[in-house]
Design a protein around this ligand. Structure first.
Ligand SMILES: C[S@@+](CC[C@H](N)C(=O)[O-])C[C@H]1O[C@@H](n2cnc3c(N)ncnc32)[C@H](O)[C@@H]1O
Length: 347
């Protein structure tokens, strides 16, 4: 369905006339059954708007108590359809912010189901759900930006980069992870022709500069870190692997080295996110989230948000639910259901 709003401003001379005009449009839109996107024409430009949002806006116009208010809503609707307001760090049109209703803006992220569409799968033990990179990339990158994932694993971030049109350098120490990431990547189409570079290397020391020169990357625009949660899952036998650190201090030291290696290549004012969970060991809660956050904040990073994400639906936890419940009751502690996404901005 197409709605022509070009003449809308002519109806701004009286309240009854304006109400009548927009009520007619509202009724027409409501009758457009099943069509979730409506095309709006304004001065020969066409734009798409979700039906629900258009109905909301038109209802606001027709129900406005005063003429001034109604005119304000009309002008706002036209502006939202004809003008783009963007920030420097993403592609969201802030004049149409209401339409991004699936973008989370609060600090508690509850996901009931993993996105397993396309090449995404839960086959790599310790991978994160695709919704995490999806949410973060849409908020903190623009199309064509360069993303760095120094703990690539099975390539969840890479697949999301392909879907969203962001370029990516993904590093992992494990041959197995890199092979899997490449296999998963091959299964995903590349509609935006992004560059996706996978590298088997140690992120604590890998020299990024020559690679960046080759790929003509001046700086990265977003860094997404999903390190091992110390030794909860052993990813390899390699002693450079953070999951093989002999103590929590050594783990933090390696994590800090990774940050020191990467941070110089993140553009100023751009974002870095750390996805991490805590661990429980010998009757003691080890707050890896807070410890890594402290480590990161020793660098030129500003803390922007601590996001708590639920943890319920992981395969490992589901199988051991009963056992953990028993252990919690016996041991006087609570089973963690959450992980952290620590969001920081380079100063
Ligand atoms: C939690 S997993 C990342 C999972 C990934 N986000 C995904 O969705 O598949 C952590 C990864 O870090 C890698 N790793 C550990 N130490 C590393 C190091 N020093 N340099 C690069 N990668 C490392 C492991 O091999 C593992 O694949």
């Amino acid at each position: 369905m197409k709605i022509d709003l070009t003449t809308a401003k002519e109806f701004l001379s009286s309240h009854p006339q304006l109400k009548q005009h927009f009520t007619a449009i509202l009724n027409k839109v409501k009758k457009a059954e099943g069509k979730s996107i409506i095309k709006i024409i304004y001065n020969e430009n066409e734009s798409d708007i979700k039906k629900d949002f258009l109905i909301e806006d038109l209802t606001q116009i027709t129900e406005a108590q005063t003429f001034e208010r109604a005119k304000y809503y009309v002008n706002r609707l036209i502006k939202s359809l004809t003008e783009v307001k963007q920030s420097k760090i993403n592609d969201l049109n802030l004049n149409r912010w209401k339409e991004y209703d699936d973008l989370i803006t609060d600090s508690l992220w509850i996901f009931n189901k993993r996105d397993s569409s396309g090449a995404h799968n839960a086959g790599y033990w310790g991978n994160f759900i695709p919704q995490i990179p999806n949410q973060l990339l849409r908020r903190f990158t623009k199309s064509g930006d360069w993303v760095l994932d120094p703990f690539l694993g099975s390539g969840t971030t890479l697949i999301e980069c392909k879907r969203l049109g962001r370029n990516i350098v993904g590093i992992d120490l494990s041959d197995n992870a890199i092979a899997l990431a490449e296999k998963n990547s091959d299964k995903e189409s590349n509609p935006y022709n992004i560059v996706a570079k996978t590298i088997k290397a140690d992120s604590t020391s890998f020299e990024l500069k020559p690679l960046m020169k080759d790929l003509r990357i001046r700086n990265f625009h977003f860094v997404l870190m999903h390190p091992p949660y110390w030794d909860i899952i052993k990813f390899s036998q390699d002693n450079k692997d953070l999951s093989n650190a002999a103590s929590v201090n050594e783990f933090l030291e390696l994590f800090g080295k990774t940050l020191d290696n990467l941070l110089p290549h993140l553009e100023k004012k751009r974002y870095l996110a750390i996805v991490i969970g805590d661990k429980y060991s010998n009757g003691e809660w080890i707050p890896l989230g807070f410890l890594t956050m402290q480590e990161a904040l020793k660098r030129s990073l500003k803390l922007k948000s601590i996001i708590v994400k639920n943890f319920e639906d992981t395969l490992a936890k589901r199988n051991q639910k009963e056992l953990w419940r028993y252990r919690a009751l016996v041991g006087g502690f609570y089973i963690f259901k959450h992980e952290y996404i620590l969001l920081m901005q380079k100063k």
